[in-house]
Write a protein that binds this ligand. Structure first.
Ligand code: 4NP
Length: 169
């Protein structure tokens, strides 16, 4: 978890969620934040990440995640793991899951009055031809590079969609 802008409104706030919060969702947090800064809206949006499980609470991302991200110009070293909580549905208007299993768990947690968007990251990257960002944890190094490719596509599409929302408010 790293919060760049604690005062952002829910519609400018995005929470990325995966299973462990040490591979896919911290990558999405860092890549999204870098794209927002590059696009000139880094001070308007808030990005965070969390896990469905609690095994890695308080820990930095997986070393393979940090290294793969560093090779592509992203620094994820300040991020620390945390578990998603029901209160996140009040703070974040965009809750973005990496795979269908994460999405099912979040759908079960979702309070009935949540008015934001809960969905999959790759909904925002139809060109990727996939619905899920595959979990790289038990695989080889190439899986971590693939996560960055997919996350770059998904977060670019999400940022474009959020810009539309932010411009209209
Ligand atoms: P992530 O990957 O959900 O992308 O962070 C995983 C990390 C750890 C575990 C599973 C998936 N685990 O079982 O500890």
């Amino acid at each position: 978890m790293t919060i760049s802008n604690r005062s952002a409104e829910p519609d400018a706030s995005v929470l990325f969620v995966c299973l462990g919060n040490i591979c896919r969702s911290p990558t999405a947090e860092g890549v999204f934040r870098a794209a927002a800064v590059k696009g000139g809206i880094g001070s308007l949006v808030l990005a965070d990440s969390a896990g469905i499980g609690d095994w890695h609470v308080g820990l930095p991302p997986d070393k393979r995640t940090i290294q793969a991200a560093r090779r592509r110009g992203y620094d994820l070293t300040a991020i620390r793991g945390r578990r998603v909580q029901v209160a996140d549905f009040s703070r974040f208007g965009w809750i973005i899951a990496m795979d269908e299993s994460n999405l099912r768990a979040l759908t079960e947690m979702k309070p009935p009055d949540f008015g934001g968007h809960l969905g999959l990251l790759l909904e925002f990257a139809p060109e990727a031809g996939l619905r899920e960002v595959p979990d790289p944890y038990f695989g080889g190094a190439e899986g971590f590079d693939r996560v960055i490719d997919l996350v770059e596509q998904g977060t670019a599409g999400l940022l474009a969609r959020m810009r539309v929302t932010l411009a209209g408010r």
